[in-house]
Ligand binder design. Structure first.
Ligand SMILES: C[S@@+](CC[C@H](N)C(=O)[O-])C[C@H]1O[C@@H](n2cnc3c(N)ncnc32)[C@H](O)[C@@H]1O
Length: 349
């Protein structure tokens, strides 16, 4: 697997040339199951193949089990300088209900260890969980803010089709907060985080100014990224054309393909200007600051309102879902942000 990852890195660096690498993100699956040796080999190959900026951000997503936390020192020596922990909840009962293997005690210990070895860190929590009250969430959130080190990802529980949760929810075995309660919890989350200097910079992401995830901002501001590994996705611009890439998803198939042809790219489709525009709008409206229309025009080559239904957008502005404050920015209001999907359905041409 390690050699195959290095081959795929070589493949993409040959494709796009020696460009400036600003961030690396080990996402998954569960990257904290990797050996520190593989992490180091991947980082060293990327540093060899690209021009690396001094303040490069290198994040690893990790599970907070004690076994994986014991590897944090090795990951830090391997070059990781930011860790993102999948904590999910701070009590054992809910962790069990969410099907997680770690305990609340392990989670808190992992947060402390992560802050010992990594200058920057984040942890994820899921809220609007089964049977959770607003008061319980407020108490847990205040505890999280006290433990955090500059960044929090706070996700509202969603029931995803094709997951065991979905089956149980369909059977009525799983009761989650209704829309009104979820909206109340979302508003409370934004309010408490803002009050504690963790303003929302994206729909589910909160950070002290300067602590935003640089890697994820690359997605939300529609910049290029290469996707290496089983099931990875990428957006790469070669000779002025932007391609959507996708690697084989099944690790066995991915490995076999890399061993036979040096990479496992299943899809590499050139994107039309309209597709790029829609993606940039979909990603950019997730950000609190929205989309800089000049940056959009430079990236896409046409003005943003070429790709939206102007009358509908004006109506949404009048109704307070889209901001009318700054004409250089296309952004949602706090009222509009939880309705992003519906609004996209209305404004995209
Ligand atoms: C979205 S990624 C985390 C990205 C990371 N926070 C970052 O900033 O780069 C995986 C996280 O999604 C969240 N998640 C997984 N399943 C979910 C679900 N059904 N509903 C809501 N959040 C979920 C969990 O918190 C999990 O740790």
């Amino acid at each position: 697997m390690a050699d195959a990852l290095l081959s795929e890195i070589d493949h993409f660096s040959q494709l796009i040339g020696k460009r400036r690498l600003t961030s690396i993100f080990f996402g998954g699956g569960t990257p904290s199951l990797m050996s520190a040796g593989t992490v180091e080999a991947v980082i060293n190959r990327l540093i060899k193949n690209f021009t690396v900026s001094d303040d490069i951000e290198i994040t690893l997503e990790a599970n907070p089990t004690s076994v994986e936390a014991a590897k944090f020192s090795d990951f830090s020596k391997a070059g990781i300088n930011r860790v993102s922990l999948g904590i999910q909840a701070l009590n054992d009962q809910d962790l069990k209900a969410l099907g997680r293997e770690h305990s609340a005690a392990e989670a808190i210990a992992a947060i402390e260890i992560s802050q010992k070895y990594f200058k920057r860190s984040n942890f994820d929590l899921i809220y609007a969980r089964m049977g959770q009250t607003t008061a319980e969430w407020e108490k847990e959130l205040m505890k999280a803010i006290k433990m955090a080190n500059g960044h929090l990802s706070l996700y509202q529980l969603t029931i995803e089709k094709g997951t065991p949760f979905y089956g149980r929810w369909r059977q009525g075995e799983l009761v989650i907060p209704d829309e009104d309660l979820s909206a109340e919890m979302y508003a409370l989350t934004n309010h408490i985080c803002a009050e504690n200097n963790y303003p929302a910079y994206e729909i589910s992401n909160y950070a002290r100014p300067g602590e935003e995830s640089r890697h994820n901002l690359c997605y939300w501001t529609y910049q290029d990224y290469i996707g290496v590994g089983a099931g990875a996705h990428g957006r790469i611009t070669v000779k002025g054309e932007t391609y959507a890439t996708e690697q084989n998803k099944k690790p066995e198939t991915w490995l076999k393909s890399v061993l036979s042809r040096g990479h496992a790219t299943k899809i590499s489709d050139p994107l039309s200007r309209t597709m790029m525009a829609e993606e940039m709008i979909m990603m950019g409206l997730r950000l609190t600051k929205g989309i800089d229309t000049k940056v959009f025009e430079k990236r896409i080559g046409l003005a943003l309102d070429t790709f939206i239904q102007k009358e509908r957008a004006e109506l949404l502005k009048a109704q307070g879902f889209l901001s009318a404050e700054n004409s250089d920015l296309f952004q949602l209001t706090e009222k509009g942000r939880p309705l992003l999907n519906q609004i996209l359905g209305q404004i995209l041409v």
